[in-house]
Structure formats: C-alpha cells, structure tokens
Design a protein around this ligand. Sequence first.
Ligand code: XIL
Length: 370
Amino acid sequence: MHFNKHVFTISAAALLLANLLLPDAAFAQKIPSLKDAFRKDFGIGTCLNNAQIEERDPATTAFIASQFNMATPENIMKSALIHPKWDTYDFTMGDKLIEFGKKHKIKINGHTLIWHSQLPSFIRGIKSADSIRTFFTDHIKTVAGHYNGKVYSWDVVNEALNEDGTMRKSVFLQHLGDDFVTEAFRLAQQAAPKTELYYNDYNNEQPKKRAGCIELIKKIKAAGVRIDGVGIQGHWHVGKVPFQDIEESILQYAALGVKVMFTELDIEVLPRNFQGADVGARMTANEQSNPYTAGLPDSVQQQLAADYEALFKLFLKHKDKVTRVTFWGVNDGDSWLNGWPIRGRTNYPLLFDRNNQPKPAFEKVIALKK
Ligand code: XIL
C-alpha cells in the first residue's frame, strides 16, 4: 500500500517534470491556434469527453487550451448522466467541466436540457403526462439553476424536429404537446436568467426542416420568451456539404434576430446511406463500410480540405451573424463517427489527426487568416 503510494508520487512527479522540461505543450504551441486566428470573428469550440475534462493527459489538456475558447460536454450534461434517478442529480463531472473552463479560459455551452435521446432509464416507466411534466420542470429548474452564471449558454432543446419540419414524436411532444419547446425556454430563462439560450438541431439548414425551425423560433418569441440563438449541428459529408442551404440558413435565421452557431461540426468521409445525425439510426457493416483503416487516400484528404476551406470562407463572410464554430471532437481519434452508425470504423472527420497533428484541412482553414 505504502509502496504503491510512493510509486504513484514518483511517477506523477516524473510526469510533471517531463511536461515542464520537454513539454508537448511547447510542441502544441508551434501549431497555429484556431482560437487566436479567428478571435475577432467567432468563437472556436470542441466537445469534451470524460478523459479530457479530467485532464488525464497533460499534453491533451495543453493542446485543447491552445486551440479552443469554447467547449460543449460531449455527454456528461445529458439527462441520463446528470439526472440518473427520479430524485438524484449527479453534477460531479459537470462541475469539473466548469473548473476546466475557468482554468483554461474556455466558455462552456451546456448540452442539453431537453432531448429525446440519452434520457434516464426511469423515463421509460413513466406513463402519465403529469409525471413527465414534473420531470421536465424539475429537470430544467434544477440543472439550469445549478449552472446559472457558470455556463455561458444552454442548448435548451435539442432535435425537436423531423426532416419535413413537423415536430418529432418524442416523449415530450406526446405528453406535453406542441408547446413544450416554448415551455422549456420559459423555464430555462427563469432558472438561468444570465445564460444564453439556444435551440439546436441537425439538418436544420435543409429547407423543410429550416422552415420548421423558423416557426419554432417565431413561436417562442411570440410567447414573449427569450431565445438567443440557433445551433446548426453541421454533421456533413465530404464532397456533399450543402453550402447554399447553409448560407441561406445563416441569412434567414439571423433575420429573426438570433445568433447563428455551428455546434457539432464534423465531415463524414466513410460510406453512409443517409444524411444527418439521428443517434438512433444504425447501418449494417459490410466489406466496403470501413475502407480507410490504413490511412485516408489523398483524393479524399484534398476534398475534405477543400470542403473545410469553403465552409470557413462562408463563416467568415457572415462573421457578423455567426458567433461560434464548434467541432464535435478534438481530433479524428476522439470522433463519435468512429462508432456511429457502425461500430469500430476508422474515420477522419476533423482538422487534427490522431496525434493532434494538423491535417491539410487545418492548413487551408488557418491560411484564410494569413
Ligand atoms: C453523441 C456523442 O458524441 C456520443 O458519444 C454519444 O454516444 C451519442 O451522442 N447530436 C448531438 C450530440 O446533439 O449530443 C450527439 O453526441 C451527436 C449528435
């Protein structure tokens, strides 16, 4: 026991010393910084997982702090994790994230208060509208209240829409009716008066879903309730990024008087038979579904770089309307797209490779500011 403690102390000290003397941090600083390059234009964010929030690897922490000034928890503030039992909340990891943000000057976007997915398991046992309403009210009050003044913003409602712009048949719609989105914002506003409040979705740059999203925003505003921004998740596909729809969406959303954000940006390079990011969707693996285990072919790498370059050009063109661009992962190795919609693939959707080295896409993006 005593011996183990000793070993731990020595290795921890060695780690610290190594980090001070020959730091990957210094290495990381040689890579131009996205957050610095775009400082005057919009915030640059990433999602963060448990290992990153707990700073398990000092080089990773330094890298994150050097590149990003905004962060969204990848999972830990979702209701299943933060509200595991009817009357039990677990703020442990969320509170660590708040500390991480303070320490590294990173603003935190809470994600997410009301979503049909990653719900606590007890929800399945609830059959009455009254109990769903109690859960809904208590959850928003308690979680948004706990983080009032601590998170910069909340994705108050996530993914309430279908592709055709109608409301998704979630447990909330079924039991609380159409107004649940407005009600969620009203409760969040009461519990977190100083926090920016956003609606977030995927494919809401597509015309039909966008129209539904615009209706939602208008409805919230018409009720005299505050909504500060709309998040377009931005889970797109290489060679198929819908630039025109994106530009049209920036303009139409901004015309409503809300901020526009790209909140979960990644560009899929692997075969997929549908667009978007419905976490409930799955694909069956076959011989063609994981083609790049030995590396990304140059042609795809170049297309990915061209797509990112054109995207950031568009974001810059509308920098007066776009307030934040958040990647869904620090590097390719972290990306959820290695596991969804097929487990165990090798994906390359981000700007940094598995060793946090800049990819050609990063070079193109950063060159826009040189
Ligand atoms: C994903 C996470 O990245 C995964 O780790 C998790 O297993 C499922 O959810 N839209 C969202 C995000 O709003 O919360 C999802 O995150 C990706 C799609």
